[in-house]
Design a protein around this ligand. Structure first.
Ligand SMILES: Cc1cc2nc3c(=O)[nH]c(=O)nc-3n(C[C@H](O)[C@H](O)[C@H](O)COP(=O)(O)OP(=O)(O)OC[C@H]3O[C@@H](n4cnc5c(N)ncnc54)[C@H](O)[C@@H]3O)c2cc1C
Length: 339
């Protein structure tokens, strides 16, 4: 594809392309369906002196009302079975595939390994960026490799697991924002399948006479639906804050004052706290500030009450952080990207 074949859409409306339903537009927008078009777009943006921003499903972003550049929607499709041995399968999907559909596709073939990650909105390409996780699993657990377009070298690069620096909601792709555009992802799913039922709500599935990945996927989706507000009805971006991981010096006085605070020891000696618990115990569940609010179903979810803009979300987030800091002395960090 050449630069001239790319269709730049002026005054590109993004209001329907972000799960917080923020009113947002971009000077230009483009929907990218092929890997070749990514390289062509970067050349075009450079030639025209326009900043370029990548978007998948818009489920982990707080969009500014106006972006004076090009917003590229990654929409490449394709799901493949790459390898099938007695010990594992390797599956691949293009970055623009819907993550949940990819999970469903693996499960429909009887392959287990990512069923605990069912129901997470967004695209396959964004999944490794923040190493999506839920119900005791994360993408890093099954990661085989990915291909990304390196905007610095203008070439494709394959990343192996040890090059991704995966951590809790983190990866190398977050460290250098905008440098890499993920174009495809490969996962290695082990055979025979071992269900991961450690998470509350899943453990009782162990009593079923016959358990398969589909049953776990369905239970995960049912739990998610019962806990989280549906973004199509109540616009939100999922968990708005990361669970803070704190040092022994920070956690010791906290647990002395609040012995019932949920806390989880990490391999590196630090402790993970529950951001939702900290917010709820700060009295903020259901709290409203202007057009933004904290869900009354889940304290970790910030919602658009109707007509909110990025600044409304930012003001509420600042209030939550200040309140939690004042009560517990713990710093919260936003999970979605402000862009
Ligand atoms: C209701 C709800 C529930 C959620 N639950 C969870 C959960 O359980 N666990 C969890 O981890 N997350 C969860 N999320 C957050 C979100 O779904 C994930 O972060 C998801 O991976 C974002 O995908 P996206 O395509 O929507 O990314 P976007 O929001 O479009 O983009 C997010 C960031 O990734 C970048 N990006 C997008 N695509 C690419 C690409 N191909 N290459 C490089 N960078 C890219 C963007 O530039 C942006 O910086 C939830 C969100 C919602 C709304």
């Amino acid at each position: 594809m050449t630069e001239t074949e790319l269709t730049l859409i002026p005054d590109f409306d993004l209001s329907g392309r972000n799960t917080l339903a923020l009113k947002a537009a971009s000077r230009f927008g483009v929907v990218l369906e092929t890997t070749e078009s990514i390289a062509a777009l970067f050349a075009l943006a450079e030639a025209r002196g326009l900043p370029l921003r990548i978007l998948g499903g818009g489920s982990n972003v707080v969009l500014a009302p106006e972006f004076d550049g090009i917003t590229a929607i990654i929409a490449s499709k394709g799901k493949f079975l790459v390898e099938n041995t007695d010990g594992h399968v390797v599956v691949e999907a293009a970055a623009g595939e819907v993550w949940h559909d990819f999970v469903g596709w693996t499960v429909a073939q009887g392959f287990g390994g990512i069923e605990n990650l069912a129901g997470i909105p967004g695209t396959v390409g964004a999944a490794p960026v923040q190493n999506i996780g839920a119900y005791g699993a994360e993408v890093a657990d099954v990661f085989e490799s990915l291909v990304a377009f390196d905007t610095k070298t203008r070439s494709l690069r394959t990343f192996a697991l040890d090059e991704c620096a995966f951590a809790y909601r983190d990866s190398v792709f977050k460290h250098e924002p905008g440098r890499y555009v993920v174009v495809s992802l490969r996962l290695r799913l082990k055979k025979p399948w071992t269900p991961n039922l450690r998470f509350a709500g899943l453990s009782e599935l162990a009593d079923l006479p016959r358990l398969d990945p589909k049953a776990v996927m369905e239970r995960v989706v049912a739990i998610r639906n019962s806990k989280l507000p549906d973004w199509r009805v109540t616009p939100n971006a999922g968990s708005f804050f990361q669970n803070p991981i704190v040092s022994l010096e920070e956690v010791t006085p906290l647990l002395a004052r609040f012995p019932n605070a949920p806390n989880f020891s990490q391999a590196d000696g630090r402790t993970k706290l529950s951001a939702g618990w900290l917010i709820e115990q700060s009295g903020l569940k259901g709290f409203r500030l202007g057009k933004a609010g904290v869900s009354d179903r889940h304290a970790l979810v910030v919602i658009n009450l109707g007509g909110a803009a990025a600044e409304d979300i930012a003001a509420l987030a600042a209030h939550i952080k200040a309140t939690v800091m004042e009560r517990f002395g713990i710093a919260l960090h936003e999970e979605p990207v402000f862009t």
